[in-house]
Design a protein around this ligand. Structure first.
Ligand SMILES: [Zn+2]
Length: 172
C-alpha cells in the first residue's frame, strides 16, 4: 500500500471519529453537510457519478440523482475524499467523475486511473465500510465471504452494494 493510500484511509478514520460515528450505516450525507459542504443532486448523464468543486469559496459536491442510493453514497464518499485530500485542485477546476470504477485495485494504474482517484476510493471504502466496524461484524456473525446471503445482509447493513462489500471483505 502506498503512503498516499494509507493517508487517505487515515483521513477517513479521522472523519469518522471527528463526527462520533460508531456504527453502520455511516451517514455520509450528514457528515458532508456538517462539514459545510453543499450537497446537490441532479439527474445527470448515466456515466456521470459525481463532481467536486469549490466555487467562490464554497465547497460543493454534485451527485447523480438517477443512480441507485447505494451508488450515490459511494459517490458522495468519493467526492468527500477529493475535498479532504485534494482541495488544492478543486478551486481551479470542477472535478468530474465519469463512471469511475468503485472497486479499484492498486494495480490498475496501467488503465490510466490516476492516483487521486485511487486515493478517493480508498477514502470512500474506509468511510463507508470502516475496517473496525467490518471486523466487529465479522467477529459477531462469523461470516464466511463465500456466504452470499451473509455478504448481502452485511452490505444492506452498511448501505453499500454487495459488490463493494465483497471486495472490501476480500481486501482486508
Ligand atoms: Zn474522483
Amino acid at each position: 500500500m502506498s503512503a498516499k493510500i494509507a493517508e487517505a484511509i487515515e483521513a477517513a478514520r479521522k472523519v469518522l471519529s471527528d463526527h462520533g460515528i460508531k456504527s453502520a450505516p455511516v451517514p455520509v450525507d450528514r457528515i458532508i453537510k456538517a462539514k459545510g459542504i453543499a450537497l446537490e443532486y441532479a439527474p445527470l448523464e448515466p456515466e456521470l457519478s459525481g463532481m467536486a468543486y469549490i466555487k467562490d469559496g464554497i465547497a460543493i459536491i454534485g451527485l447523480n440523482s438517477l443512480h441507485h442510493p447505494n451508488r450515490q453514497r459511494f459517490s458522495a464518499a468519493h467526492e468527500l475524499g477529493h475535498h479532504e485530500l485534494h482541495a488544492d485542485i478543486l478551486s481551479s477546476a470542477v472535478h468530474v467523475d465519469r463512471g469511475f470504477q468503485v472497486l479499484l485495485r492498486d494495480d490498475v494504474s496501467s488503465l490510466g486511473i490516476s492516483d487521486k482517484e485511487r486515493e478517493a476510493n480508498a477514502f470512500a471504502a474506509e468511510l463507508l465500510m470502516p475496517s473496525e466496524f467490518i471486523a466487529g461484524a465479522l467477529e459477531k456473525n462469523g461470516l464466511d465471504i463465500e456466504d452470499d446471503e451473509g455478504v448481502a445482509a452485511l452490505a444492506k447493513k452498511f448501505k453499500v452494494s454487495t459488490v463493494a462489500m465483497r471486495y472490501r471483505l476480500s481486501n482486508r
